[in-house]
Design a protein around this ligand. Structure first.
Ligand code: ZN
Length: 455
């Protein structure tokens, strides 16, 4: 399947439970490890009514669930849930350890922290939260993993787990890190790989819960003629390529696709509810804002940093450059070195040093320009010392190189250059290099001189 031609867009949201106490109370629970038939000490019953959100609208997904008008039963194991989970006591301050763990994950993804953490309420009307909402807060934005943009990292509350006849409150309120990638995933296999890498990064950098259900992925898929569809709660990574392909095929076969949330059934999906909209968020006034700086600092260095540096060293970067690169966005670096096979040191030097120097002069070379210029260098159409000049001129095609006198000298031109300076004695090579610095590779020019002198 040619995903590019279909206008395929795909991003994932990963939800990972942290192995700390709950986000807004001091209960601890790890349902993925525990006795499934733990005592339910008491039972409460609630009915959900939809209310208008911050924008004055009732959310479609909330209306859909409320229309079912059902009463929900909650089982409360007393040592793993308290009055906070029952919505009979206001939330405590957010768990500090959870904030620190989430910050370390954001650092490993090279994200930028927010100044102040503001918890919001997100309408959840399927009954999985006693209060009818889930608390969530944005912690960091704008990161990257293996060339795929990471848009947001949120810290939120886990929902209650479904059991026979209702929900169990042991799971409700466990801190959950939600990581959303940009819609930059190329196909189903790429999607599986990114989910796998995210999982590995989480396990090596933070105190996370393990086991069934402790990590889940929602996959957003759309094609040009389709609509955005969210496939919810994918757990088995190996099913992802087929799930994605089946969703593309399904959208292709529909006359009028609509936006919706779907749940997985094997490698196929079925309708679950309409896609929730913006109307579902409103401010949580019971939790005061938190300044993030202290937690960000306490989080220390992500553990994967060392291995990232080692990986870059293995690609040929010196230790200093490798460490600098590990701290910087790598998307363009990976395109240059993996897809275009540009020498890693040249690519890193260009991105980390040359580009910065030009920016200090007020010149901002575009990604397109950097790709063209380093591509030309790779093909032998440009010498290394001409790279900064071609970037400064903003070259994106060969005409620009010609216009600025940057095209590399041909064999005949090199011979002519050697001949031109052959009478200059011991200084000949130096003078020729001075004149043709931006057009001749020193080694090639040297060879031309040898030929000129010794035939
Ligand atoms: Zn509690």
């Amino acid at each position: 399947m040619d995903y590019g031609a279909l206008g395929f867009k795909c991003g994932v949201e990963i939800h990972q439970r942290l192995d700390t106490h709950k986000l807004f109370c001091n209960c601890y629970s790890n349902p993925s490890e525990k006795r499934s038939n733990a005592e339910n000490d008491f039972v409460i019953r609630r009915r959900i009514r939809p209310a208008a959100g911050e924008l004055g609208k009732v959310d479609e997904a909330a209306r859909f669930e409320a229309a079912k008008g059902r009463e929900t039963v909650y089982f409360v194991p007393e040592d793993e849930a308290c009055l906070v989970e029952c919505d009979d006591e206001p939330p405590h301050a957010p768990n500090q350890e959870a904030l620190i763990e989430a910050c370390r994950i954001a650092k490993a993804l090279k994200m930028k922290p927010v100044h102040e953490v503001e918890f919001m309420r997100k309408t959840v009307a399927d009954g999985s939260a006693v209060s009818g909402f889930q608390r969530t807060a944005l912690l960091a934005t704008d990161g990257e993993l293996e060339g795929v943009g990471i848009q947001t990292l949120c810290l939120e509350e886990e929902s209650a787990g479904i059991v026979d006849g209702g929900y169990r409150l042991d799971r409700l309120g466990i801190p959950l890190v939600e990581i959303a990638t940009a819609p930059e995933i190329r196909d189903g296999e790429h999607c599986r790989k990114i989910c796998e890498s995210l999982g590995r990064m989480l396990r090596s950098n933070a105190k996370v819960q393990r086991g069934l259900g402790s990590i889940r992925q929602d996959i957003n898929v759309s094609i040009a003629k389709g609509a955005r569809v969210e496939i919810k709660g994918v757990q088995e990574l190996k099913t992802i390529p087929e799930l994605v392909e089946n969703e593309v095929l399904r959208q292709q076969s529909l006359a009028t696709p609509r936006e919706e949330t779907r749940r997985t059934v094997g490698t196929k999906t079925e309708f679950m509810r309409p896609l929730p909209g913006k109307a579902r968020m409103y401010p949580e006034t019971d939790v005061p804002p938190v300044l993030l700086a202290r937690y960000w600092e306490d989080a220390g260095k992500p553990k994967s940093f060392e291995s990232a540096v080692k990986g870059l060293e293995a690609r040929g970067l010196n230790p200093q450059l490798a460490e600098k690169m590990a701290r910087s966005p790598q998307k363009l670096f990976l395109t240059l070195t993996e897809e275009m096979r540009v020498d890693a040191t040249v690519a890193a030097t260009t991105l980390l040093e040359t580009k910065k120097e030009l920016e200090r002069k007020g010149v901002k070379p575009s990604d397109e320009c950097i790709k063209f210029v380093l591509g030309a260098f790779k093909k032998g159409k440009l010498v290394k010392s001409a790279i900064p000049v071609a970037l400064e001129k903003g070259c994106t095609n060969e005409d620009c190189l010609k216009k600025n006198d940057l095209t590399v000298l041909s064999g005949a031109e090199l011979a002519r250059a050697a001949n031109e300076f052959s009478g200059a004695g011991p200084k000949a090579f130096g003078l020729a290099m001075k004149k043709y610095r931006l057009r001749a590779d020193p080694k090639q020019l040297k060879a031309a001189f040898e030929k000129e002198l010794h035939g």
